[in-house]
Design a protein. Sequence first.
Lengths: 388, 219
Amino acid sequence: MSHAPKIRLEHVEKKYPGSRTPAVEDLSLEVEEGEILVLVGPSGCGKSTTLRLVNRMIEPTGGTIHLDDEDVTSVNADRLRRRMGYVIQQVGLFPHQSIAQNIATVPSMLGWDRARVSERVDELLTMVGLDPETYRDRYPRELSGGQAQRVGVARALGADPEIMLMDEPFGAIDPITRERLQNEFLRLQAELRKTIVFVTHDIDEAIRMGDRIAILGERSHIRQIDTPERILAFPVDDFVRDFIGSGSTLKGLQFEVVDDAVELDPYPTMGVDDDPARALRAAQDANAAYVLLLDETGRPTRWLSVEDLESAERVTAESGTEVLAKVELGATLFEALEQMLISAAAVACVVRDDGSLYGVVRLTHLNRVIRQARVEAREHYERIGAAS
Amino acid sequence: MDGITSWITYVSGRPDEILATTWDHARIVLVVVLGATLFSVVLGVVVHRHPTARALALAISGIFLTIPSLALFAIFIPLVGIGNTPAMLALFLYAILPILRNTVTGLDSVPAAVVESARGMGMGPVRQLLRIRLPLAWPVVMAGVRVSSLITVGIAAIAVLVGGDGLGEYIQGGLTRLGLPNSLESVWTGTVFTVLLGLLLDLTFAGVQRATTSKGLRA
């Protein structure tokens, strides 16, 4: 069975009259159904142009564009655009229309009846976190930047398109609101499973938003296209490495989680009634500077250093130092690392829902995971290198 | 003081006649402004995105305003005879520039992102124009219409010289009888009612402007 990607660009080219080099040169790209593909690259690389080629806001001068298996390179462009949501950085709400009218733009053009349109408007407002009663009849000038872009997203979702094209949608929004909108959008996408092409110049946004990332160089040449994990673990060349910038290893930790599928190193623990001398021996065997004191329900409570144990006849619930560095099962290694940095023993405790100890994350674990990811990524590229 | 009393006597002696003449004057202005609005908005839309055509249209309609009105009114007599027609043609040419200029300015002021998003959602050029660009330019266009109506009200008083109707009759009638009884009163009547008509029309158009502008565009 041949499985068709949702969007397929083949050898697409855009050459402006009078310019010698094309703005987009021989670009072939596939976007799978339900994924967010992020186009990222330095300014002027043609990423916005590429996005605008998909809905033919810019007409390609060569190549073909397919949606599912349909060639849309020369169908009616207006009708094509009504099938795709389009969100831009400046939002571009219609200032003379109410929020409801704005959101109703495409459904009205498609001839939906009044009742269906107004029902849809309310549904969409709720979906993007705006109360329909309050916002329906307001005008765009009454909205903050973040609210305006929520409406922008709702408007793009108007007629429930299968495809969304987003050109730096959160680029003009303050950092705090931006992060909230990103997270809300990801939650929304988890439900809606739209096929999304997302343009940004911000690699961190790309890493956060993308199921896959295409890093574009000049004239929209794809330098690397892959999952964020793999790009972080194995940048294919200096261009990509420079573009990702420093801290790619740390960023990669956001994609690794500690859940119950992960086996953690054993770590010496004891209860209040246990013999300190035995705990001390266990610590020495495990080459650990600390022993974790657990309460009767198995919750980690205190760090007991080797010195604490050597000097004490018996331990109490007040011995040692308090355990602050805890993450819940399912947390990312990035969160675990953050806790390790503030922990007395340089170790993060992973606890279950009920607070009981699952295990601990030590630096050696991070080290192993990162190296493993790199090896896997390299092997992956060697495999596709050998296959081609 | 005597002047004012005698003017009031003059006016109160012929209210119907004055009102009828004012209405004639108003009718000329309304027809001209309406015609000029239709013409200028269409022309503005057509030339808006073509720099050369746009500069040309604005320059030519600007030149009309510099032609002395007396001459411009007379130019049309050989073509259309005397009466209201030559007067209205001349006034039409005067009324174009403010509306045309404001149409172009208004269309310029439509944010590029708004047009971009309209296009991106699949609105064709005609829909973009009628649903987005013109409604957004409209308050500015209406401001031009108001300027044009004020210009036209004043200049329409000259229509009488080419055989047209309007309040110019009182001014011209008075001036030709200057020194005789009621001559000054007549001139004042023409002048005062022209000004009053101008104010009334401006208020009316201000109301139209307000009523036809979206709440979302009012500051």
